[in-house]
Write a protein that binds this ligand. Structure first.
Ligand SMILES: Nc1nc2c(c(=O)[nH]1)N=C([C@H](O)[C@H](O)COP(=O)(O)OP(=O)(O)OP(=O)(O)O)CN2
Length: 161
């Protein structure tokens, strides 16, 4: 699509990936960053794809409330209970019927890999965008998530038919 805007945010979050083995089994943290690109075929009457501030507020609020200073774990991870018992913030991926509405965005993603975080934030961004005035046909085109200076994942949601 010809028109694209990108907003970014960062968050400090722990995770672990016991299914990958090696050092990923250890609980560890990263300074994550996410860049969300929204595209549109035509600009709105306000000459925007979507207003930067409104999109950033929606995304930042969700990330800061649910991921920042939390630990992202898979639904089957045995660290969930002890961390919750310690009063730590935990965000679970791949819960089948999550009581927590926010965790519904992580359905079908059993472990918090960088790829899974990109899909999660793509779904969150789609939900934020759906509540904002924006150009006709505006859609989330790309989510880039950076876990370390060297490791990134990109999710490009399928184009709706
Ligand atoms: N495809 C994926 N592979 C790995 C993921 C992932 O999310 N998706 N995650 C990890 C670990 O979380 C780890 O934090 C990163 O691993 P790695 O890059 O091997 O570790 P370093 O940052 O220490 O790398 P160096 O370049 O050696 O410093 C692993 N794989």
């Amino acid at each position: 699509m010809p028109h694209k805007i990108t907003v970014e945010h960062s968050f400090e979050t722990g995770h672990r990936l016991p299914h990958l083995g090696g050092k990923c089994v250890s609980l560890h943290g990263h300074s994550w960053s996410a860049a969300v690109t929204v595209s549109a075929p035509e600009l709105s009457p306000e000459v925007t794809v979507v207003e930067f501030g409104a999109l950033k507020v929606g995304l930042r609020r969700w990330i800061d409330e649910h991921l920042d200073h939390a630990t992202m774990l898979g639904a089957r991870d045995r660290l969930i209970e002890p961390l919750l018992a310690e009063g730590s913030r935990v965000f679970c991926f791949g819960v089948e019927r999550p009581a927590d509405v926010a965790e519904q965005f992580a359905y079908g993603l059993p472990w918090p890999t960088v790829e899974a975080v990109a899909v999660l934030l793509g779904r969150v961004a789609e939900s934020v965008l759906a509540g904002l005035p924006c150009a006709v046909g505006a859609r989330v085109e790309r989510v880039l998530v950076r876990e370390t200076r060297l490791n990134t994942a990109v999710y490009e949601p399928p184009v709706p038919r």
